[in-house]
Design a protein around this ligand. Sequence first.
Ligand code: NAD
Length: 387
Amino acid sequence: MKVAVVKETAPGERRVALVPEAVAKLRAAGLEVLVETAAGDGSWLSDDAFTEAGATIAARDELAVAADVIVTVGRPDEQVIAGLRPGQALLGMLAPLPHPGFARRLAEAGVTAISLDLIPRTLPRAQPMDALTSQANIAGYKAAVLAAATFGRFFPLLITAAGTARPAKVLVLGTGVAGLQAIGTARRLGAVVSAYDVRPETKTEVESLGASFIELTSVGPASGEGGYARVLTEDERQAQQDELAGHIARHDVVITTAQVPGRRPPVLVTADALKSMAPGSVVVDMGASALGGNVEGSRPADTMVTENGVTVVGAGDLPSTMPAAASAMYARNVSSLLLYLVKEGSLAIDLSDELQRGVVITYEGQVVHPALSEPAGGTARVDGASD
Ligand code: NAD
C-alpha cells in the first residue's frame, strides 16, 4: 500500500502530516511512503531526511496518481481534491462537520475519507491517534508563551534592587486540553492564574495545576455530550458575558480557548469587557476564526490594539507556529491510526468497530458518519460556513 504525503498549502500552514520517524515506522510495517517535494520544509525537515527514513520523494502529480492513501494535516487544496479517484483514501483533519457538502462530494467521488478530528477521544485505544489533543496541547502552551511575550510586564513576582514586580494575573477561559496546558504554562512562568469553564467538573483539574476556579452564579453547568460543552441559550450567554466582564476587568492577561464542537466559538469577552481592562492588558483569543472568536472583534492571525490600549491577539492557529513539535506529534497520531486500519498490507475498513465508525466519514460511495448523514448536515452545521 502506498501512503502519500502532500505539501500543505493553506496560508500560514507549516506542518507536515508525516515526519521521518513516522515514515520509518510505516516502512517497517511494509507500507510504501511517497512524500511531495519540499513537503517538510516548513517544519525544517529536508527531502533527504525523508529519503533516509525510506520515503520516495515525488512531484505532486506523480504521487497523487500512485497513492492508495493521501495523508494531510488540514483539508487539502482543490487541486488534490479534484484529482482524487474512486478507491483512494484521504486521511487528515478534514473538519467535515461544518461543511456537509464536502463529505457528499468525496462520497460521490468514491473516496474513503477519514477525519482524525472526529476520533472518539474517550476510547483508550484511540489516544495515540488523538490529534485534537496533541495539537491543543501545543496551542495552549504557545498561547501562554505568546501572552507573556506580548505583555509589557513580568509574569513572575520579581524582587530586585530596581524595584519589585508583582506577578501577572492571568485568566484562562475554557479549561479543556488547551486551557489546562495554558494554565500550566502560565503557572510555570510565575503568573497568578484563575480559570473558568462552563463545565464545573474541570474545577479539580484547574486546582490541581495551582490555579483558582471561578464559579459564576448566573450560569449553571452546561456540560453536553462526550465531555464537551453544550451551546448556551441566549439568556445564559448574556448572563455569562455580563458576569465574566467583572472578572476580566481585574486581570492583566486573558487567554480564551472555549469551543463547542461543530459550532462557532462562543463570545466570552465582549467589546465592553475589553473597554473595562487596564491599558497594557493582553487578550489571546485561541478561538479566533473567520466566523468570529471568543473575543468580540478579534481577527484570526492578526493583532489589534483597542482605543484603551488592550492588545488582542487573534490566535486561532497556534500549532502551525510550532511546526516541528506539531508535525512530530501529529505524525504519531497519523501513523498510529494508519497502522490500526491496515490489515495484510491494505486499508481494511470495518464500520462495526466503534473507533472506525467515529473517524470514517465516507465509504463505498456513501456518507457513513452519523453526524453527517442527518438531513442537511443536522445540527452540526456552523452558521455561515460554506461547503
Ligand atoms: P473543546 O476544545 O471542545 O473546548 C474547550 C473548552 O471550552 C471546554 O472545556 C468547554 O467546556 C469550554 N467551553 C465551551 N463553551 C464555553 C462557554 N460558553 N464558556 C466557558 N467555557 C466554554 O474541548 P477539548 O479541549 O477538546 O476537551 C473536550 C473534552 O474532551 C474534555 O472533557 C476533555 O477532558 C475530554 N478529553 C478526553 C480525552 C480522553 O478521555 N482521553 C482526551 C481528550 C479530551
